[in-house]
Design a binder for this molecule. Structure first.
Ligand code: FE2
Ligand code: FE2
Length: 148
């Protein structure tokens, strides 16, 4: 049986998002290391691993469903010139993630694919955590900026 093309689309877009996030956050981790902030660099590396784990979970599901797991073109990496700009850029990426997983989850509910829905909802919860963390980092960078 051919996989549902719309479900394949949701999974493929999600995988592209995760690989884009891995690429962007890894680049930022290295950049922040060059800026002399090793602790922050390690923190960003942890996010890289979380996003990579999302990609793994999506790929496993795609294999089960027979959906080819090739991410199409990745968007260009955006790093930012300072931490505040970096958090702003990443916040937008995480907002995209939340939207993708909400849409994916609604679609799965409509077609009754409970397993993929559970996968999307599980990842969605973690993306909401990323978004909250970025909003906290952004606020603290803005407060520091206002003081200096
Ligand atoms: Fe993710
Ligand atoms: Fe994320």
């Amino acid at each position: 049986m051919q996989p549902d093309p719309r479900l394949s689309g949701h999974l493929t877009r999600a995988l592209s998002h995760e690989l884009a996030a891995v690429q962007q956050y890894l680049m930022q981790a290295k950049l922040v290391g060059l800026w002399g902030m090793p602790e922050m660099s390690r923190q960003i590396c942890k996010d890289v691993h979380e996003e990579l784990e999302h990609a793994e979970r999506l790929m496993e599901r795609m294999l089960v469903l027979g959906v080819p797991s090739n991410a199409t073109q990745l968007p260009p990496v955006r790093t930012g010139r300072c931490l505040e700009e970096m958090w702003q850029i990443n916040r937008l990426l995480e907002i995209d993630a939340v939207r993708l997983y909400e849409e994916g989850s609604h679609y799965c509910a409509r077609i009754g694919d409970i397993e993929t829905q559970a996968l999307f909802e599980g990842i969605l919860k973690e993306e909401l955590g990323h978004l909250g963390e970025l909003e906290r980092l952004l606020l603290s960078a803005q407060q520091k900026g206002a003081k200096s």
